[in-house]
Design a protein around this ligand. Structure first.
Ligand SMILES: Nc1nc2c(c(=O)[nH]1)N=C([C@H](O)[C@H](O)COP(=O)(O)OP(=O)(O)OP(=O)(O)O)CN2
Ligand code: ZN
Length: 160
């Protein structure tokens, strides 16, 4: 059985190698859809009877692991040194440093990687991350599932 929860967060970024307007510092209201796979809990009388996972727990776990870390942060490529140095010069600025350009594709892969570990560590064998969809704009999004994740390469993911 699959269940999905949607999140929204605001973050700044730029694609430093982009030839057009995306090389400018700008932000998006990202929309993240996370799909979890698992069996329906059948035990009579338990609070989660009839559920794969309580949606409020899905919200808490995913916000802690990812959404609260990226919300109102600037997502910067480690290779974008001028912007990185500027952000690091700002006291207490919420900056997430990535080893890859913060495109929708890379952010979706990183989100998948973080969340697959989260679910594996907390719910091994019972629940598994199935799918992540990240909208950068209402018209542009990237999808990652297990097959896509396997074939894609995210060399290193660093956050600060
Ligand atoms: N394959 C990708 N292409 C682009 C990405 C990306 O992550 N993956 N990102 C950008 C920019 O970040 C940009 O913010 C989006 O650009 P654009 O296509 O211009 O989007 P709009 O704001 O114009 O969106 P509309 O839905 O057309 O209003 C560029 N390309
Ligand atoms: Zn953008």
């Amino acid at each position: 059985m699959l269940i999905t929860r949607k999140f929204e967060f605001d973050a700044g970024h730029r694609i430093s190698t982009h030839l057009s307007q995306c090389r400018n510092l700008h932000g998006h209201r990202y929309v993240l859809e996370v799909t979890i796979a698992g069996g329906i809990i059948a035990d009579a009388g338990v609070p989660e009877q009839g559920m794969v996972m309580d949606f409020s727990d899905v919200k808490r776990v995913i916000r802690e692991a990812l959404v609260d870390r990226w919300d109102h942060a600037f997502l910067v490529y480690a290779g974008d040194t001028r912007v990185l140095e500027f952000l690091q010069s700002l006291e207490n600025h919420k900056t997430v440093v990535l080893e890859v350009q913060p495109t929708a594709e890379n952010l979706a892969l990183i989100a998948f990687d973080i969340l697959r570990h989260t679910f594996r560590n907390r719910y091994a064998g019972r629940l598994e991350l199935e799918h992540v969809r990240l909208f950068e704009t209402p018209n542009c999004w990237a999808d990652v599932d297990k097959a896509v994740f396997k074939s894609a390469t995210v060399d290193r993911i660093a956050e600060s």
